[in-house]
Design a protein around this ligand. Structure first.
Ligand code: FAD
Ligand code: UQ1
Length: 410
């Protein structure tokens, strides 16, 4: 049994960032991070790993090296939450009691919800950028592809980084164009959604781009089965219920995603299983000493590291206020961002809020494909992540956006 002033569950983007900030504030011995994994991945790089631009090793660091020196690392998984007793039970038997709790456990990938997965990953031509296990298979499949049908899927659940399923299609299209196989390829984007992107401004631009580059978008097509020995993928049309079989020569799969089981069964969960927090303050709606941020939270915005960064600033202020017996004063506007890589060397930097209104940082039209934004995504963001966000020194670009607008507008 151990007691901490602050217990953070999860050592991903959100957990480590908060650990750095609160470790500094509260001092050695007062903050712990519960995290079972030996490796910390910068997942946003996986788009570029699958696209053959970066390596998987470049995207990870030893967890021990990113763990803030001011916090105690409990190397175990959280197995049970008992917020009535301010208690977390861990897989190694440790029981942690706390004054304050931050839940930052990310989400769960559900490959098994598609018939034939994950077994189909043993076959060539099947990849998925969302897992460290399968991301390298994506680039192999892209390299091996010599023509025929290439399919990129988007599932019927909320996912992290909603742009990633199409970014890899753009990178593959570009690779095949450079390697003279593009004219032998039929490329389709089979998405469960009725739109190509949730924000109107960017959706219009992307739909147009797909048409120009002959990338066929099949809306409301939800992947339900992969039959790898026949190289067939079965989709359900979500409006008609019809089952449609597509032969493929390569397929990139974005799995269904959802909340972790341990949260679903806990009193912290909302009706779906996300940690039930106030969308402005990030404070739990029933347990005032509990906060949540990142992919595991109920915050109704697109799940990204960029959103985590913006949330971290809000959470730090509001939890600090609670610790001082004051009211949480900062309000999160839902800021999130998605660098939509459109080829090797070009990127549209989407940024938006809860209302799905663009909230762009730079004083240029970010709806245009730009080389500067590619550079930001491929070379600058990893630095901001490792040395800014994880060290608790990056709370998103809000400050710079406002500075560049000289206090006018949002
Ligand atoms: P995570 O970083 O996933 O961390 C969760 C942590 O919780 C993990 O370390 C895990 O081991 C731990 N955990 C799990 N179970 C337990 C347990 N029982 N007990 C304790 N700990 C546990 N975001 C962007 O902003 N821009 C992008 O361009 C972008 N591209 C992406 C591309 C891909 C292919 C992917 C997969 C993601 C991308 N993202 C992007 C999204 C971004 O990576 C996530 O939104 C971000 O990592 C969320 O942070 P988090 O801390 O909530 O979750
Ligand atoms: C961001 O803050 C962030 O988190 C560190 C990302 O994750 C990798 C992003 O992809 C982006 C785009 C941002 C936003 C940053 C700027 C400078 C617009």
């Amino acid at each position: 049994k151990k007691h901490y002033k602050l217990c953070i569950v999860g050592g991903g983007a959100a957990g480590i960032s908060n650990g750095s900030k609160f470790g500094r504030k509260l001092g050695q011995g007062n903050v712990c991070i519960v995290e079972p994994s030996e490796v910390h991945y910068y997942q946003p790089m996986w788009t570029l790993v699958g696209g053959g631009v970066k390596s998987l090793t470049q995207s990870g660091k030893a967890m021990a090296d990113v763990m803030p020196q001011t916090v105690d690392w409990i190397k175990a998984g959280a197995e049970e939450f008992s917020p009535e007793n301010n208690l977390v039970r861990c897989s190694d038997g440790t029981e942690i009691t706390y004054d304050y709790l931050i839940v930052a456990m990310g989400l769960q990938l559900h490959y098994e919800k598609v018939k034939g997965l994950p077994e189909a990953f043993q076959y060539d031509g099947v990849g998925s950028n969302f897992s460290s296990k399968y991301v390298e298979k994506t680039f192999r499949a892209i390299q091996d592809f010599k023509g025929g049908n290439a399919i990129f899927t988007f599932p019927n659940t909320p996912i992290k980084c909603a742009g990633a399923p199409q970014k890899i299609m753009y990178l593959a299209d570009d690779y095949w164009t450079r390697n003279n196989v593009r004219d032998k390829a039929n490329i389709s984007y089979n998405t469960a959604l009725p739109v190509v992107f949730g924000v109107k401004k960017y959706a219009a631009i992307l739909a147009d781009l797909c048409q120009r580059r002959n990338l066929k978008i099949n809306y409301r097509h939800n992947l339900v089965e992969v039959i790898p020995d026949k190289k067939e993928a079965v989709f359900e049309h979500l409006d008609t219920g019809e089952k449609i079989t597509f032969p493929y020569d390569m397929i990139h799969i974005t799995p269904p995603m959802g909340p972790l089981e341990v949260l679903k069964k806990s009193p912290l969960a909302d009706s779906v299983g996300w940690v039930d927090v106030d969308k402005q303050t990030l404070q739990h709606v029933r347990y005032p000493n509990v906060f949540s941020t990142g992919d595991c939270s109920s915050l109704p915005t697109s799940k990204t590291a960029a959103a985590v960064a913006a949330q971290c600033g809000i959470l730090y202020n509001n939890l600090s206020a609670i610790m001082d017996s004051q009211e949480p004063g900062k309000k999160y506007d839902g800021y999130t961002s998605c660098p939509l890589v459109t080829s090797r060397g070009k990127c549209i930097l989407a940024e938006f809020d809860y209302d799905l209104q663009p909230l762009e940082t730079f004083p240029v039209d970010q709806g245009k494909e730009r080389r500067t934004m590619w550079h930001l995504k491929a070379n600058v963001m990893p630095e901001i992540y490792w040395t800014g966000l994880l060290k608790g020194r990056w709370a998103g670009p809000g400050f710079y956006r406002k500075a560049m607008r000289l206090g006018m507008g949002k």
